[in-house]
Each structure stands twice: as structure tokens, then as C-alpha cells.
Design a protein around this ligand. Structure first.
Ligand code: MN
Ligand code: MN
Length: 463
């Protein structure tokens, strides 16, 4: 036992608030990093927009599109977009890919309200859009909130029309109405999960009839506006992906400006960290790979989700370009599944087990396992992997904490970790603790955002 330390200092694990552990220079770096993060949030409110924003940032940082079959050298910076909804990026390292790659993986889809294939209707001279919610959202939180409409309409001629309605100053916004309290006596008796049925999440889009029309004149007026602006007709909405998302920009929260409030921070807060860290990585020992994927919120399914073979194909191609074998590469790789965790909320203390909850300002949260009940659906990283990551983060002065998502048997959740681990890749969850996760407005601490970025850099640059 070291002479100059007390027994308590030597033996006890005593984490401290990050703000007392970092100096003013690091506080400034943290603040600067978060300005870039807030811009990323405002640019990317759907997975497609996040891919576009990521590609623009990557190209500005010297990345170029990867071409299957090309030979790659250490220091090469490439990216590969999967169907406009996911992107894989890599910086080729000095070592062979057979010694493994360092993977930072996050998802860029967030809970939202998708429009149904036949969304537009008129009722009582008001025009509405029918929605089908995407991901685990609490329906009561989405009423009486200003909304924007983002997405694409794919035409039969192959053209894809992009829509972004409500993002610019002065543009109109949309809303789903709630019942007034004066008439809410019956509704208020219902459990929270039943008060707003899914089929009442209908977005109000218009109220003025088209002159000279008798039937569905309000709906027709909306269609004329869509036709004039985007050249689309009602049937085109069948082959569209339009999402209603909250209509506010990322903002500082707290009189001390220590936090950020925004829509879609799960998991763009980690996506930006994983991306920014890769863009700042120049000549890593091992090849560094960042993947930003879709569909995590509905089970990582589909061609653009983490279960898709698209990632395996990309990695097989990358290995071929570097003269390596994908199976050997996977077996020696390390992945940080960069996804958010629940931050301890004293306002809802009953849902958390305080000793094992992540806290705001204590750094990036490591989750050995996620899942539900008896660790169901958890990949449960090995003790050895957790130890390796502890060492890696401590060596790089990254503040970190262990996290478990709330009390056992209170619910649970998953990430892409299990799908990476299934590929024979050692994987640990590591991400930003969030207050009010999946709400239309989520809150994180700036310090935790920055520490997650630092964790990703430590991963990519691990020797
Ligand atoms: Mn997530
Ligand atoms: Mn989520």
C-alpha cells in the first residue's frame, strides 16, 4: 500500500463529478466541441439527413468514397454509404486488418412519427396526416408540440424528392392537438399509456378550403400546395418516407449552460462523438472504423440496420483491399457500441438503482450488459473486455462511469452491441447518459458528450 495514501484512498472506488476533475482548458475544449454537436443535431433530424451531414463533414476532413477492389494504404480515409441511411467510414491503420480493427458504432435513427402510406384525409373541414409511430415513444409526449416534416418522396420515374418543412425561420409548422383540460375528465382517468391512442396521433396540416371545390376542399388545397412546391400528387405519398419530428433546435439547458436539450440525442450524441473522433484520427496503429446505422430503435433490422449483411460485405471488401481475412479481422477487433444510457433522475428516483446508475457529468457510461429481466438480449461483455476499456480510457484521461439502465425488472433496452458480438467481435456499450430518453426533447451534459468523444478517440488510437 502506497505510503502517502490513506486506506480509504487506496481501497475505495470514489468517483467524482467531472467538472471538479477537469481544468479550464478542457472545459473550453468541451464547450467548443458541443457547438459542433449542436449544429449536427440541427442538420440531421432523420437518418438520411445524418448520413448527408456525416458525409459532408467526412469529405471536409479528407475522406473519399470507397470503391470495391481498390488497394488501400495506411492513412487512407474512406467511406461507404448504405442506401442513403447508414454510413461506414474507416481510416486505414499501420497494422494489418488481420490484427483487428477498432470499431465505434452508433445509430442515427430516433423515435418519431412516420406518415402512413395513405396519410392525408379531411375531417370536419380540417386536413390531417395519419401517422405510425417509430420506436419506443410515449405517445402522450407528442401532442401539443410543434412539428416539422422531413423525408423523401420517391417518384415512379426514379426521381427522389426531398422534403424539409418547418426547419427554416418563418416556415409553417404542424401539430397534433391534445384535449383541453376542461373536457379532459374522462381522459385523465386513463393510464398514461392509454390516454393518447396511436390512431389519434393525427397531424393537423390545414383548415382552409380550396375555392370552387365542394368535397374535401381543405385536403385538396393541401395537395395543390404539395404539387406546386414538390411536383407530387396524392398517390406519390405511397412511395414516401416522411417523418414528423419536433420543431425545435438544439439549445443550451441550465443557467450554467452545462447541458444540451434537443430532439434525437439518442443516439446522435454518440454518432457525432464516434464520427468526430474518427475525423480527428490521422495515423492509427490499427484500422479505425466508424459505423452509423439505421433501425436500431426497431431492433436493428432491415437492410440499413446493424443485423444487415451490408456491414459484413463492407468489411470483407475492406479486408480484401488490404490483403486481410474478414473472419480473422473480426476475431481480433474491439467495438464500442456507442449508445446512450439512462441518467439517474432524482425526480423519478424510484425507477433507478442509484449505486449502479449513470450520473450526469460523471463521464461516458460503460454498460457491461443491457437487455431486460435476467439479462435477456444482452451480449454481456466479458470482464477482460471491461478491464481493457478501463485501461484504455484511464490512459487517455477519459472520465467514465459504469451504468445500468434503471432497476432490474423495471423494463430495459438494447443496443447494436449484441449484433456486433454475434459477429465474433468483442463489444462493450459506451455512451452518454440521457435524461428523458426518447422524449421529443432529451437532455444530456456537455461534459459527458465530450468525454464520449474522447473515449472514441482513445478507441481508434489504441496501440
Ligand atoms: Mn439508442
Ligand atoms: Mn433508443
Amino acid at each position: 500500500m502506497a505510503e502517502n495514501k490513506s486506506m480509504a484512498q487506496e481501497l475505495l472506488y470514489a468517483p467524482q463529478n467531472g467538472h471538479v476533475r477537469i481544468d479550464t482548458a478542457e472545459e473550453a475544449a468541451c464547450a467548443q466541441y458541443c457547438e459542433g454537436y449542436k449544429r449536427f443535431l440541427d442538420e440531421g433530424k432523420t437518418e438520411r439527413e445524418c448520413v448527408d451531414a456525416a458525409v459532408a463533414l467526412a469529405e471536409a476532413a479528407g475522406f473519399r468514397p470507397y470503391e470495391r477492389g481498390e488497394k488501400l494504404q495506411p492513412g487512407d480515409r474512406i467511406y461507404c454509404v448504405n442506401r442513403s441511411k447508414a454510413v461506414f467510414l474507416a481510416v486505414i491503420g499501420k497494422e494489418s486488418l488481420n490484427s483487428g480493427v477498432q470499431i465505434g458504432g452508433a445509430h442515427i435513427d430516433s423515435p418519431r412519427l412516420d406518415l402512413k402510406p395513405m396519410p392525408l384525409y379531411e375531417d370536419s373541414e380540417l386536413a390531417y396526416l395519419k401517422t405510425h409511430y417509430y420506436g419506443g415513444l410515449r405517445k402522450y409526449q407528442w401532442v401539443a408540440v410543434p412539428l416539422e416534416l422531413h423525408g423523401v418522396v420517391a417518384l415512379k420515374n426514379g426521381e427522389v424528392v426531398s422534403l424539409r418543412i418547418g426547419c427554416e425561420e418563418g416556415e409553417p409548422r404542424l401539430v397534433i392537438e391534445d384535449l383541453l383540460p376542461h373536457l379532459g375528465a374522462e381522459q385523465s382517468k386513463k393510464p398514461l399509456g392509454e390516454a393518447i391512442p396511436a390512431e389519434t396521433l393525427n397531424i393537423l396540416v390545414g383548415s382552409q378550403p380550396l375555392e370552387g371545390e365542394e368535397k374535401d376542399a381543405v385536403k385538396l388545397r393541401i395537395l395543390t400546395i404539395l404539387h406546386e412546391k414538390y411536383g407530387i400528387v396524392e398517390e406519390d405519398l405511397i412511395s414516401a418516407e416522411l417523418c414528423a419530428v419536433p420543431a425545435y433546435r438544439a439549445m443550451d439547458i441550465g443557467l450554467d449552460r452545462s447541458m444540451i436539450g434537443a430532439y434525437g440525442q439518442d443516439d446522435r450524441v454518440c454518432a457525432y462523438a464516434a464520427l468526430r473522433a474518427l475525423l480527428d484520427t490521422v495515423s492509427p496503429q490499427k484500422t479505425a472504423v466508424c459505423l452509423l446505422v439505421d433501425k436500431e430503435e426497431i431492433g436493428s433490422v432491415g437492410v440499413s440496420g446493424m443485423q444487415s449483411a451490408a456491414f459484413d460485405t463492407f468489411m470483407a471488401d475492406l479486408c480484401a483491399s488490404c490483403g486481410a481475412d474478414r473472419a480473422v479481422c473480426y476475431a481480433h477487433s474491439l467495438c464500442l457500441s456507442a449508445d446512450v444510457t439512462a441518467a439517474y433522475d432524482p425526480n423519478f428516483a424510484e425507477a433507478y438503482e442509484k449505486r449502479n446508475s449513470a450520473r450526469l457529468n460523471y463521464g461516458v457510461g460503460l454498460c457491461k450488459y443491457t437487455g431486460a429481466r435476467g439479462k435477456s438480449e444482452a451480449s454481456d461483455a466479458s470482464a477482460e473486455v471491461v478491464a481493457r476499456v478501463r485501461r484504455m480510457l484511464d490512459d487517455n484521461n477519459v472520465l467514465w462511469q459504469m451504468a445500468e439502465l434503471g432497476k432490474v425488472d423495471y423494463g430495459g433496452g438494447g443496443t447494436i452491441a449484441q449484433y456486433m458480438a454475434n459477429r465474433n467481435i468483442d463489444t462493450l456499450d459506451a455512451g452518454v447518459p440521457v435524461l428523458a430518453m426518447h422524449a421529443p426533447f432529451e437532455t444530456v451534459s456537455k461534459l459527458d458528450c465530450y468525454m464520449t468523444y474522447k473515449a472514441m478517440r482513445a478507441l481508434y488510437e489504441e496501440a
